[in-house]
Design a binder for this molecule. Structure first.
Ligand code: NAD
Length: 315
């Protein structure tokens, strides 16, 4: 298969990252067939895509009349996995963007992969999990690669392309070429837990949650401090709400399970948010209260502070 043969993607998982990836793919002229097991996610996908494409059209195609509408027309959402399977024969790439759960990803990939053309590649947007393990589960490790897009994919240039021990050079080469054609700035990373970006970002974020639960900082001061000193675009707690605190919990837990390194164990404050559905922007509540994409105020977590030993001795 050549890059010029790639015309159609199948995307499994129409959540935050799935839809954002689709915005980039249809912008680049690719046809996409997408599926999600949750009916609300399937209903929401075209609306979220229209919103993303509104941004794409304004920023990158201001002179092209009707660009967003035409691009949106390249997505077909199907209502069942069987329907997706019936269309896989005409797809050259399957992009997996479901929840960060290795067992689930392997199970879904092993079910779908046999229906793809032999030459087709599989991309996974996993944040941290073993790409090689998924490639083996899919029965085609040579044509399997990690393509870890950053949130929001259609705005962020970087894509972490994960190379593992059994990848074919042609898979890596074609993937980089397709991504560059989409205007991305891909870089190659190793198939180690968390790859390059999350190997650094996740411990950093988990340390921020722990500081919050020790009462060392408030949500808003924490973010203001990192914005004004380290030049972070929004600060760590807002970033967590954008990523999704459910995704953060799953990623941290997956990294802990893979390494047994206690630095990755999700702190209680994050586990509590996961359990209570305080997922961040998508839930309207996380470290901040949200009105759509606008934060209306940082929440007060002082009642949940884990007292330090000095305080305990005073009681
Ligand atoms: N959110 C981020 O900032 C971010 C950044 C980089 C990578 N990622 C990775 O991208 C992937 C998706 O994350 P997300 O933030 O989009 O999560 P999300 O919860 O927004 O979306 C995941 C979607 O997968 C669907 N799904 C679950 N099981 C399925 C199945 N068997 N078949 C079809 N659909 C299924 C869910 O219904 C959901 O809509 C994860 O691997 C995550 O680690 C996320």
């Amino acid at each position: 298969m050549q890059v010029s043969d790639v015309k159609r993607f199948a995307v499994i998982g129409l959540g935050k990252m799935g839809v954002d990836w689709i915005a980039n793919l249809v912008e680049g002229g690719y046809e996409v067939v997408g599926f999600d097991t949750v009916p609300e996610a399937r209903d929401r996908a075209p609306k979220s895509l229209a919103k993303a494409l509104g941004w794409v059209a304004k920023k990158r195609h201001p002179e092209e009349e009707g660009f967003a509408e035409q691009a949106a027309g390249r997505l077909t959402v199907v209502g069942s996995e069987e329907e997706l399977i019936s269309q896989l024969g005409s797809c050259q790439v399957l992009l997996e963007v479901i929840l960060e759960d290795l067992g689930l990803k392997c199970e879904v990939l092993s079910r779908l992969a046999p229906h793809l053309p032999d030459a087709a590649m599989i991309w996974t947007n996993t944040s941290s999990l073993s790409v090689h393990t998924m490639g083996v589960a899919a029965g085609r490790p040579d044509r399997f690669v990690g393509t870890h897009g950053m949130n929001p994919v259609y705005q962020m240039p970087a894509v972490e392309v994960v190379r593992h021990s059994d990848i074919a050079d042609s898979t890596l080469g074609m993937t980089l070429e397709i991504l560059r054609g989409l205007g991305k700035d891909p870089f190659v990373a190793s198939d180690v837990t968390g790859f390059w970006v999350n190997k650094h970002l996740v411990p950093f974020m988990l340390e921020a949650y722990r500081a919050l639960e020790r009462g060392e900082i408030t949500v808003e001061d924490g973010d203001r401090g990192l914005k004004g000193s380290l030049g972070h675009p929004q600060g760590v707690f807002k970033l967590s709400d954008f990523i999704g605190n459910d995704t953060m919990y799953r990623v941290a837990m997956a990294m802990y399970l893979a390494t047994q390194d206690p630095r990755y164990y999700p702190p209680a404050i994050l586990a509590r948010m996961f359990k209570n559905g305080e997922f961040g922007v998508k839930a309207g509540k996380g470290f901040y209260e949200w009105d759509g994409f606008k934060a209306t105020g940082g929440r007060d977590f002082s009642a949940l502070t884990i007292k330090c030993s000095d305080t305990l001795l005073e009681v």
